[in-house]
Ligand binder design. Structure first.
Ligand SMILES: NC(=O)c1ccc[n+]([C@@H]2O[C@H](COP(=O)([O-])OP(=O)(O)OC[C@H]3O[C@@H](n4cnc5c(N)ncnc54)[C@H](O)[C@@H]3O)[C@@H](O)[C@H]2O)c1
Length: 447
């Protein structure tokens, strides 16, 4: 599962040949380590006149241990550029973006961060709505221009949700978001709940019980590890055939192993009783279990269609219905889906898989208002090319294309998906609801 091409570019021969042949040279991404500085350099903050976020954001960045500058400094490399664009109420003012970013964009350091903060366009009208919507084109293009592992995101913060954006800013600025690039995130559009601040940002899930399906390997095992690192008790679930690997994961993280096929008719009932009896409920549910059965539509068997739709969508809906109906999912609970780039862009040979993964996005859209009613959230990640056993099975040339056709020019790691899911699971993300965030290094395919 190693990216041999990337390893080659860092070897002495590769360092000589790659620039001579004009080949891509993917950056080594800065990834999170406990105790690490939040950014590799100071953050430069700027705002369009009339912005409403300046005060809170400056406090939030300083609380996170980030050195905040408000004026450019000669010869400075920045860990981040943060721009409050909420003051832009007319398209004419979009030139504020140019005025702030033009002189400093080339000074973003390796694995640096660019954040543009706006107002959700759907919450405003007229010229302001048009101007705020325009921010998306700007940020997505900046993502395609940034180099050396630097990323950009647009965060739309609803009026009144300024304080509630802290967990999102921390995540997107940190090395935890290494493979999230060119994304648009909304904070607080479904009504703004009370948002607790964790006692410890290092252990935000302390005291929480989290269920992770498909946890014996790949992305699921990584989610279980990251949740345990963040303080949760993890119930790791997988099919009985994966029992040995599942126990190994559960033992490693001090969690519990639950062997269950989520497609079994009695699976929702069994799961609900298990969580109720052993843990008196569950705080976080991650529907990570998923399968592929790839064939072009004309060659696809009915069984392969049904199997994929059942594991990747129908079984998850049945589990959600049961956990909600029996109130096993606690107040302020979190449901997190794992969609896919295929569910957004479509893919040859994946009509069944892409249908199921687009259905996961539908599940998020449909359930977000229902969960908001009792302080819960539902969100999904949509991974692009992630280095796992699933992608190791893809033929070489298609695999290489999958890796390189993104702004970051490489595949992501399971931990990149896990960190994004941990941000959704964080109690401080109570106002992050109904989002689908791609973890794809800004794949060049899809919207
Ligand atoms: N790897 C990628 O690049 C990628 C990209 C996009 C989306 N995804 C999604 O991420 C998730 C994890 O992918 P992965 O690459 O780690 O896959 P994987 O095949 O390594 O792991 C999936 C796990 O789900 C389990 N599982 C399958 N059917 C189950 C069932 N009926 N009941 C319980 N568990 C079941 C499997 O036993 C396996 O352990 C999947 O939903 C996948 O569709 C992966």
């Amino acid at each position: 599962m190693a990216d041999r091409y990337q390893q080659f570019t860092k070897s002495p021969v590769g360092k000589f040949l790659v620039p001579k042949l004009g080949l891509p040279s993917p950056a080594v991404l800065r990834r999170y380590q406990p105790g690490q500085a939040p950014l590799d350099g100071p953050a430069l903050f700027g705002a369009a006149p009339g912005g409403r976020l300046e005060k809170t954001v400056k406090i939030q960045l300083a609380d996170a241990g980030i050195d905040v500058l408000t004026e450019p400094v000669d010869d400075q490399r920045y860990g981040a550029l943060v721009f409050d664009a909420t003051g832009i109420t007319d398209p004419k003012q979009l030139r504020e973006l140019y005025l702030f970013f033009h002189p400093v964009i080339r000074k973003v350091g390796a694995s640096g961060r660019v954040l543009v903060l706006g107002t959700p366009p759907e919450l405003v009208e007229g010229r302001e709505r048009i101007a705020q919507r325009a921010l998306e084109g700007f940020t997505r293009s900046v993502g395609k221009e940034l180099k050396r592992g630097a990323t950009v995101q647009l965060v739309y913060v609803a009026p009144g949700a300024e304080e509630a954006a802290e967990s999102t800013l921390r995540f997107l600025l940190s090395a935890k978001s290494a493979f999230v690039d060119g994304q648009v995130v909304r904070v607080g559009t479904e009504g703004i709940p009370e948002v607790p601040r964790p006692e410890s940002w290092e252990k935000p899930l302390a005291g929480k019980v989290a269920l992770v399906t498909g946890a014996s390997r790949g992305i699921g095992a990584s989610i279980a590890e990251v949740f345990a690192r963040d303080g949760a008790h993890v119930v790791a679930l997988d099919i009985p055939a994966q029992g040995a690997d599942l126990s190994a994961v559960a033992n490693r993280i001090g969690g519990s192993a639950l062997q269950l096929d989520i497609t079994a008719a009695d699976a929702p009932e069994k799961l609900a009783s298990y969580l109720k009896e052993r843990h008196d409920g569950v705080d976080i549910v991650v529907h990570n279990a998923g399968i592929t059965r790839d064939k072009t539509l004309g060659n696809l068997t009915e069984g392969a269609w049904d199997a994929v739709l059942t594991v990747n969508l129908a079984a998850q809906l049945a589990v959600n219905d049961k956990l909600l109906a029996d109130k096993v999912l606690r107040k302020n609970g979190r449901i997190i889906g794992v969609s896919s780039m295929a569910g957004i862009a479509g893919n040859v040979g994946q009509t069944n898989y892409a249908t199921s993964k687009a259905g996961v996005i539908g599940m998020v859209n449909d359930s977000a208002p229902k969960l908001a009613e009792y302080g819960g959230t539902i969100n999904a990640v949509a991974p692009g090319f992630i280095e796992t056993q699933m992608t190791a099975a893809i033929p070489l040339f298609i695999r290489e294309a999958g890796r390189r056709l993104s702004s970051l020019g490489q595949g992501g790691l399971p931990v990149d998906v896990a960190e994004t899911i941990a941000w959704f699971a964080n109690p401080a993300s109570a106002a992050v609801n109904g989002n689908v965030v791609r973890v794809c290094g800004q794949a060049l395919l899809g919207a």
